[in-house]
Each structure stands twice: as structure tokens, then as C-alpha cells.
Design a protein around this ligand. Structure first.
Ligand code: G3P
Length: 219
């Protein structure tokens, strides 16, 4: 079970990494835009903060362009950067070549089990089904995770299922119950997974009582 952050905000990544359980980070062109920073600079910084796989996405639409960008990213950025590739025929071909070159990939924008299967056949290290965006259409994103995991169970598939586009903590828990290998989530959801109002209330009560123990000289 791996927990990734889905952000290019280095302050947030640093904060969550300090908890000691951050396994990786995913970025995409929209998250890089939101950061307002230079793509390679921010990905390199993220890769220094977190030792796990850091997804950096190619933006070329053709296979050769994807391969050129992927090789440049691998040459210029830290070793733990992996290549995020869109789930298109051209992306499939690029994934196959990169796999043969020993470069790890994350095939993204997956909305069907057949797409996940095709990416796995191309040797993808990760496939990223987008749960929340499916939910947004009125369909059931979690049903896709279930479908993919059922398919995986029938064969000896090495590709990890990375649940993406996660909208709330229950999404994460349901993915884990279905056996998804990885979930990538915004910082807010990472924090929601560890907080509970009864924990806060209970701790407040313990601290108040302890202050009285100390005041009585019994600490
Ligand atoms: O990183 C890809 C995915 O997690 C995007 O999520 O919230 O833009 O649908 P979202």
C-alpha cells in the first residue's frame, strides 16, 4: 500500500514528508501551472524531498516526441523521477519503448479497464485510473478500480494500480479495500486521513487533566 501526494507545492510535500509515510508524488501540467514555477526545477526539488517515485508528465502528443522528452527528463532530473504518459496509442508505444529501456512509467488519464490492461501490456510501472472525474460524470469511479483489480487477479500483472483523482478520504479507504496498490491524493485528503475530532477532543481533555496533575506537584 503506497500513499502519494498529488501536488507540485513543495511546502506541502515537505510538511507531509516530515510525517515519514510519504511514498511518492504525482504531478501533471495543471499542477505545475498552479505552482507557478519552472517545471524541471520544481520536479527536481520534489525529488530531493521525497525518495519515492515522482511522476513528471510528457506533453508531446506523438511517440517520438514523448520519447525525446522522457529521455531528457531522465537525463536531467534525479533518479527517482518516473515518466507520466497519457493513455493514447502513441503513449502506449512510448511506454513499451521506455519499459524496454528500463525507464519506469505512469500511464495516466485512464477511464476504463481496457485502457489499464493495454497500458499494463505495454509494461507500465503504474496505471492511473481517475476515480473522481468518473464520479463527476455521474458514473462510479470505484467500480472501475474494482474491475481493474478483478482483471489483475486473473493474471500475473506486475503493473501497479495507482488510484488518482481522489476527492475524499473514503475514496482512499475503498481503494485499499479493493487492493489498489497506490493512491495519490491532494494534501487536504492526506491530512483528513489522520485527523478525527474525537482524537482532538480526547487529547484536549488529557492535557487539561495533566496540567492539574502538574499543578498538584504529582507529575
Ligand atoms: O494527477 C492526476 C489526477 O489525480 C488529477 O486529479 O482532481 O484533477 O481530477 P483531479
Amino acid at each position: 500500500m503506497e500513499f502519494f501526494l498529488d501536488t507540485a507545492d513543495v511546502d506541502e510535500i515537505r510538511e507531509i514528508a516530515s510525517w515519514g509515510i510519504l511514498d511518492g508524488v504525482t504531478t501533471n501540467p495543471s499542477l505545475i501551472k498552479k505552482s507557478g514555477r519552472d517545471f524541471k526545477t520544481v520536479v527536481a526539488e520534489i525529488a530531493e524531498i521525497c525518495n519515492g517515485p515522482i511522476s513528471a508528465e510528457v506533453t508531446a502528443m506523438d511517440t517520438d516526441g514523448m520519447l525525446t522528452q522522457a529521455r531528457a527528463l531522465k537525463a536531467e532530473l534525479p533518479e527517482n523521477v518516473i515518466i507520466k504518459i497519457p493513455c493514447t496509442p502513441e503513449g502506449l508505444a512510448a511506454t513499451k519503448v521506455l519499459t524496454e529501456e528500463g525507464i519506469d512509467t505512469n500511464v495516466t488519464l485512464i477511464f476504463s479497464a481496457s485502457q489499464a490492461l493495454m497500458a499494463a501490456k505495454a509494461g507500465a510501472t503504474y496505471v492511473s485510473p481517475f476515480i473522481g472525474r468518473i464520479d463527476d460524470t455521474g458514473a462510479d469511479g470505484m467500480a472501475l478500480i474494482a474491475e481493474i483489480m478483478t482483471t489483475w487477479a486473473n493474471y500475473d500483472v506486475d503493473t501497479k494500480v495507482l488510484a488518482a483523482s481522489i476527492r475524499h478520504p473514503t475514496h482512499v479507504l475503498q481503494c485499499m479495500q479493493l487492493g489498489a496498490h497506490t493512491a495519490t491524493m491532494p494534501t487536504k485528503i492526506f491530512k483528513q486521513l489522520i485527523t478525527h475530532p474525537l482524537t482532538d477532543k480526547g487529547l484536549d481533555g488529557f492535557m487539561k487533566d495533566w496540567a492539574e496533575v502538574e499543578a498538584a506537584g504529582n507529575a
